[in-house]
Design a protein around this ligand. Sequence first.
Ligand code: 5GP
Ligand code: 5GP
Length: 223
Amino acid sequence: GDLKKREFDYFKLSLQWPGTVCRHTKHCCSSNGCCRGSNAPVEFTIHGLWPDYNDGTWPSCCSGHRFNVKEIWTLLDALNKYWPSFSCSSVSDCHGRKGLFWGHEWEKHGTCSSSVTYDEYNYFLTTLNLYFKYNVTEVLREEGYVASNTEKYPVGGIISAIQNAFHATPEIQCKGDAVEELRLCFYKDFEPRDCADDSNRQSDMVYSKASCPRHVSLPAYVS
Ligand code: 5GP
Ligand code: 5GP
């Protein structure tokens, strides 16, 4: 079929908190990810770099370019460390085939930003570079927001810390009161921008869409 989609408007860098994601999968350890022991990271890791439309929707599965792990072999050390999968099972790609988390992200999202990120290798490299440049874990740590199984933090404080550091408003997603994802948004030239657009900025969209209570936790991994 015709997979051509209209050109996207901006990027969303989606980051996941392992202590929350691993609550559901801590008893298994797949080949390309791990929620166990010393392998479990205590920092936000990458979920994906997602091209989005300003109207709140997004394109997906934009070309027939299949994921080929050989194209990113020079990045595998970094990807294993900073873009691990915490799922116990394989993931379906755009064509219903089972494969790696990276392949799913590339085919579903990466193929839709090729006007900016070109090819598979550059999509992963670009995402890693953005992740290193905008270190959310470090920004939060400096404000005292660290992994803990006892502390609760005001969600507004977490949002403010990121706003102050990057001059843009992120999106936050929770599972119960645990932070599951933080998402940073960027213009197509990779300058930071608010995740919510002008029309919903005033309406507290960022918080309501977020599914987070007023006080949230950053669970430490428990083995
Ligand atoms: P969830 O419902 O868990 O937030 O998202 C499920 C899936 O929908 C994500 O893995 C992602 O592929 C897609 N998705 C959710 N929110 C967004 C978004 O804001 N932008 C894009 N591009 N995809 C999203
Ligand atoms: P999305 O479409 O939400 O970007 O991708 C999520 C898909 O990847 C789901 O099918 C999920 O099972 C799979 N997956 C594999 N590893 C992970 C992981 O570490 N985190 C998340 N959120 N999804 C993962």
